[in-house]
Design a protein around this ligand. Sequence first.
Ligand code: GLC
Ligand code: CA
Length: 548
Amino acid sequence: MTTQPRQWWQSTTVYQIYPRSFADSNGDGIGDIEGIIGKLDYLSDLGIGVIWLSPICASPMRDNGYDISDYQAIAPIFGTLDDFDRLVTEAKARNVGILLDLVVNHTSDQHRWFLESRASRTSRYRDYYVWRDPAPDGGVPNDIQSTFGGPAWTLDPGTGQYWFHQFAPEQPDLNWANPQVRAEIYRMMNWWLERGIAGFRMDVINLIAKEPDRGITADGPKLHDYLRELHRETLAGRDVMTVGESWSATPEGALLYSGRDRAELSMVFQFEHVMQQWHETWGKWQPKPFDLVAFKRVVTRWQTALADDGWNSLFWGNHDLPRAVSKYGDDTTYRVESAKMLATVLHLLRGTPYVYQGEEIGMTNVPFTAISQYRDIETLNMHRLHLEAGLPESDFIVGANANGRDNSRTPMQWSAASHAGFTSGTPWIEANPNYSSINVAAELDDPNSILAHYRRLIALRKQLPIIIEGRYVSWLDEHPEVFAYTRTLGPQSLLVLANFTAREITVDIPTSLRGEWRPLLDAKPNTLHDRATLGPFETITGLAERTL
Ligand code: GLC
Ligand code: CA
């Protein structure tokens, strides 16, 4: 095996900001760029090297910016282009890069291209989008469904054709088969890259090569051709990082995106570990109990498949997912212990870790009780469809509280001041009432806080090459309560042994893991005998001179 030179994005930690909910500088209830600038010292103290910003471009905000109406303008609620340039400069001064969210599977229906496209069948922009004639009965061209519920086709009465949208009707899909569309996108990307950004997170990149006439949405045959062209036209020769979102990615597919000789992307976000926890028919709206064995199987498959080529992204949460500690840990009695355990397990895996805003202080899901408290377009659509299908309202709220996207979109909890110190006005979505005890100010100076633990993990990654390069081996695969793995680099190994339950667990230790482990995160050395007892959500970590 040849060792490749390490890339900077393999040894960094990324922090995701959902700008709308992060910090409001002017009291209008919506987070903004100025608010982010004000928190850069907090972020650089945490030790992160990259900020991924969820979309900040001009948008009617049907999907909170994932519906862009002008790729080269900043949404006024977030600030101006000058503010953005200042953010890039101020971040760079702290060795932090800015990753933009590239949303190019679709635009907003208010984008100039779509307005022109819709105006007539002969518009020179008609082919920028996907238009089809009605079926012979006048209905939709086919039965492809949109992710937010309902058909993926909407009729434009003016021109008598349907437009294609994999998300809301207000998010028409761009037609990537049209070379002019691709050229416009590359031009726009270069414009941002020249402003000094560190790269892009690419929204639903697996969907761009759709071929709706053949029923193909994800992973169309042209997908990798497009990505290689995109790389050639924009990324080649620049030292930037890219991460593509793909809900359909398999480990084999990830090698195509992120293989070192592929000239496509740095890495992808995959979701097998997330979806494997969903209900067969009702998906995330009918929560299933967490199955650790199945979960570990997915993690191990990805760690193993990308051991020699390609690269993993590591994350528990993002703006589309519930809060990590609520989903995988215990957000009441053992909130602090379980949040630390989850952080340790994730940050010591092989790949680039992503921290979603508020995760570093153990923010939890929201206890909303009425649909009127929700803001998310997907949640509101699904609510309507579930009720139409005869499901009781209370069941839907249970599902939304478990897995709905607003769980991660409530205001960042900075302090015990009103609205969590997020805004001096009225926030666009209610703060989680637990902000009076769970907030940054309460954790900042506490060496035992979740925040302090994240700082230690992020710092450790900069000190120990084994965290970046070490080979992953899983242990106790069939154990339903404990996650155990080792990493090995040369003569050294690192051990992680984590209890995923609120109970004390005694576990048989495999022979080769017995013996002495030097302290890694905690102060005490650990000697493992034939059996070990782990307290609720306890994690044992250590380093040893041995090859596993
Ligand atoms: C991605 C985004 C999500 C958005 C969707 C449509 O999945 O993460 O927030 O709604 O794409 O752009
Ligand atoms: Ca604001």
